[in-house]
Design a protein around this ligand. Structure first.
Ligand SMILES: Cc1cc2nc3c(=O)[nH]c(=O)nc-3n(C[C@H](O)[C@H](O)[C@H](O)COP(=O)(O)OP(=O)(O)OC[C@H]3O[C@@H](n4cnc5c(N)ncnc54)[C@H](O)[C@@H]3O)c2cc1C
Length: 785
């Protein structure tokens, strides 16, 4: 967003200029503010030609989204220089017309330019000027000389906070004016509740919103077949515990020294203590208790404890719920997904559709809807009662990973579609963030996995003893060791000086080993026919000496040589004084050759995001709920410090239910719209049905996403070198001319035995989509005939 800030005086020294320059710096992360001067502009005279400086200012204002005017007060009025400029700008040129304007001012005395601001408001409202002046939000700064420090920054925190609040309202006014606010929005669809994200939290919220009578739209960025977020990749363990008291004690200890608002925590823990009833009542399945039901010989092994931190008080109550006696098979996800499919009477699902921004009413802060990118177009969908943010974390957003997790990149072990959109969208409507620096990991050793090319998921290999037993170690960017490779870890966190932390993040860590270790890997390969990481041997780099290997790894040779020497020394001394690795797991490095394989920091899921309360309402920075906005799942998860496995899926179930129910509830301040042209599309159902479309001999299925209403699917019968029949088996085209295309174009294609036929006038998109779908089907003819 670009703003122009006009210094309302031609004085050389001006505190109003200083105020505008301060705003320019202070708000630079969200908007660009160009400060404009009026000192070189002649006095207005109607008969005079438009001065060049006025033309330049006109262009500048026209190109800006809004204008800020810093107005001094001279003799109880607006300075003559500013009034003259506005006269120029309302005669022949009218750049202020419909332009949002914010007035600020500062004075030497106590009045803070109040009279000048009043007058300026009136002037800007004059018919020839026609500005849209920000109502209220009058920023009047008294005693200017004392208000700024030597660097020109405002010194009083309350003043800064008031300025920020006025400015936020101004931004909302601009958005409203530019058509991105509720009041000016052209709505294309309308639901009671919109749920963003179709993972565990989103599926749960949608289903409970529907069960509470809401018409629901679920919006998912991933295409069909790739929905489900991290939930589908997860191990499917849901934490539970019989005793609420013990759970409370345990979670206080897990969070310590941090504090989670008790009501929010209790909403979570009381839900956790009732997970078996939840499974039975809402999922229709008796929960398998890992503690009580798993027996020797089952597909999952008996565990001594399910508590990730068994040493903490209350841990004895911790158990895992499973949907059956297996894990890591998307079992729970499939149940949650089916619950959404079971409610297609109330729930529509848009796949391959990315939510882009929340549409918030500027004056009330109510979230009225969502702008969604669907098939290359931005569409605005209205939500009468609530929007649920369930878009997962920011695992795949390098900028957010860099900002909050201090790594240039983390290799994701789960979905590639969690790109931090929910964080940005929540921030844009003023949400308060929490737990942004918390994340979980796994990989092959604490915090790391093998390095993959960008855009590929990393591997999670829990049990590969050769990676941490023998003459093998892990190096940091400088070729030195940085953690005990055999350390027991808890979701990637290892005990570090008393705290459980993910080992320091490096840009290019390596696993380094010697010839003996290499031979052990070879032996494992020979014995099993493959290694747990099939690319392992292909990705190795090797060298005769450590010095040569260091050059290939791009680490200082001295360090690598010393690292290996220290490792050997530790083994000989019988103690790894530096890192505390068990010497039994260490073997002295031999004389080479030596090997290395690139590793990378990895992430299972992030925990940070907008803070929610016990009703799953998302809170603003003020601590008050943002009206009509709810959250669930790992986007703004509850984990303040140590993470107990199974906790994220428990959050999806518990807060998903709360979010769905509260979002569905009728709201006194709900508004209604009638737009429904985009209602009634369900990509999930369509794609599911696609699988059910029967194909006879010589029949082929083709699809196109270019239709006005989404996917068009055709069944083409092709025999004897000719298109015999084209049936549109699925479409969402418009009721009028779109239907003509659906009727006509297939006939014309058959008649011409070609897709090179004319489009139906007024339905070119529908016609094109049908032709594309037929071409898609014909591609398969070539493959199979
Ligand atoms: C390998 C692995 C194993 C795990 N095992 C467990 C376990 O056993 N137990 C446990 O409790 N936790 C586990 N976790 C963590 C847990 O899976 C996640 O934290 C949890 O599933 C998150 O659920 P969610 O619904 O919040 O997010 P997700 O399931 O990630 O769903 C978010 C969805 O939002 C979509 N989305 C993102 N941006 C947009 C947008 N702009 N518009 C529309 N849609 C968008 C994404 O495509 C995604 O489908 C594991 C994680 C991984 C990766």
């Amino acid at each position: 967003m670009k703003l122009v800030a006009i210094v309302g005086t031609n004085a050389e020294k001006s505190y109003n200029r200083e105020l505008l320059q301060y705003m320019q710096r202070h708000f630079s992360s969200s908007v660009t503010i160009d400060v404009a001067e009026i000192d070189n502009i002649p006095l207005f005279k109607e008969t005079m030609a438009l001065p060049q400086a006025i033309q330049a200012l006109t262009d500048q204002i026209s190109a800006a989204d809004g204008v800020i005017i810093g107005v001094p007060e001279y003799d109880h009025a607006v300075p003559a220089a500013l009034k003259s400029v506005i006269e120029w700008l309302s005669c022949n040129v009218h750049p202020f017309n419909d332009k949002p304007v914010m007035i600020v001012g500062t004075s030497l005395g106590i009045q803070g330019t109040s009279r000048a601001q009043d007058e300026l408001r009136q002037i800007l409202n004059a018919p020839g000027v026609g500005a849209i002046v920000l109502p209220g939000n009058e920023f009047m700064l008294s005693f200017a000389p004392k208000a700024f420090d030597d660097q020109g920054a405002l010194t009083d925190a309350h003043t800064v906070s008031f300025l920020e609040s006025c400015f936020q309202h101004f931004i909302k006014l601009i958005k409203m004016q530019s058509g991105t606010s509720s009041m000016a929005v052209k709505w294309q669809g309308h639901y009671d509740v919109i749920v963003l994200g179709f993972g565990g939290a989103g599926a749960t919220a949608a289903r409970f919103a529907a069960d509470n009578g809401a018409r629901v739209l679920v919006v998912e960025a991933a295409p069909y077949g790739r929905e489900g977020g991290n939930t589908r990749y997860s191990a499917q363990h849901v934490v539970m515990g019989e005793s609420l008291d013990d759970l409370t004690t345990y979670y206080h200890a897990l969070n310590a020294p941090f504090v989670t608002p008790e009501k929010t925590l209790q909403a979570y823990l009381s839900g956790m203590s009732r997970i078996p009833a939840y499974f039975k009542d809402y999922l229709g399945i008796p929960a398998v208790s890992w503690k009580h039901d798993i027996k020797p010989g089952d597909a999952v092994a008996i565990k001594k404890t399910m508590a990730e931190y068994p040493e903490l008080p209350g841990s004895q109550t911790v158990d895992f719920a499973l949907v059956h006696k297996r894990d890591k098979d998307a079992g729970l996800w499939k149940v949650l997904r089916q619950k959404v499919l079971d409610r297609t009477d109330q729930i529509d699902v848009w796949l391959d559709s990315r939510a882009r921004q929340l549409i918030q009413e500027p004056t009330t802060g109510i979230v009225r809807g969502v702008q969604i990118e669907r098939h290359g177009q931005l569409v605005n969908v209205h939500a009468k009662n609530g929007v649920v943010l369930a878009m997962g974390g920011f695992e795949n957003n390098p900028e957010l990973v860099q900002t909050y997790l201090h790594s240039a990149k983390l290799t994701p072990l789960g979905t590639l579609f969690n790109r931090g959109d929910g964080i940005k969208m929540a921030q844009a409507v003023g949400a308060k963030m929490w737990h942004m620096t918390n994340y979980e990991s796994h990989g092959i050793l604490p915090g790391i996995t093998f390095k993959e090319v960008d855009g590929e998921r990393g591997r999670q290999i829990e049990h590969w003893p050769l990676l941490k037993q023998g003459s093998i170690l892990v190096t940091a960017d400088d070729g030195t060791r940085y953690f005990p490779e055999d350390a027991p870890h808890r979701h990637g966190h290892i005990k570090t000086h008393g705290s459980w932390l993910i080992p320091m993040l490096n840009q290019h860590p390596y696993l380094v080993f010697d010839q003996a270790q290499y031979l052990d890997f070879k032996a494992q390969l020979a014995e099993n026919g493959r290694l747990p990481y099939p690319q392992f041997m292909d990705k190795l780099i090797s060298a005769k000496t450590l010095t040569e290997l260091a050059a290939k790894m791009d680490v200082p040779a001295d360090n690598l040589v010393k690292t290996v020497a220290r490792f050997n020394q530790a083994k000989q001394m019988g103690e790894d004084l530096e890192f505390g690795r068990h010497v039994d797991s260490m073997r002295t490095f031999d004389d080479g050759p030596y090997y290395a394989i690139a590793a990378a920091n990895d992430v299972l899921n992030t925990q940070g995001g907008p803070q929610r309360n016990e009703q799953a309402q998302i809170l603003a920075t003020s601590g008050q709920p943002i009206p009509h906005l709810f959250g669930a799942g790992e986007l703004g998860g509850i984990v303040a410090n140590c993470y107990q496995g199974g906790g994220n899926l428990a959050e999806c179930l518990i807060f998903g239910k709360l979010a769905g129910e509260h979002a569905a509830a009728d709201k006194a301040d709900a508004d209604d719209v009638t737009a429904a042209e985009m209602n009634g599309m369900n990509d999930l159902v369509d794609a599911e049905n696609a699988a059910n479309v029967t194909l006879g001999a010589d029949q082929y299925l083709g699809r196109s996403n270019s239709g006005l209403g989404g996917q068009i699917m055709v069944r083409v019968t092709y025999r004897d070198q000719a298109i015999q029949k084209v049936e549109v088996v699925q479409h969402h085209e418009s009721e009028d001319v779109g239907l003509v295309a659906i009727d006509q174009v297939p006939k014309e294609i058959v008649a011409a035995n070609s897709t090179d036929v004319d489009a139906i006038s007024g339905a070119s998109a529908s016609s094109r989509a049908i032709k594309e779908a037929v071409q898609d089907a014909l591609k398969q003819v070539k493959v199979t005939q």
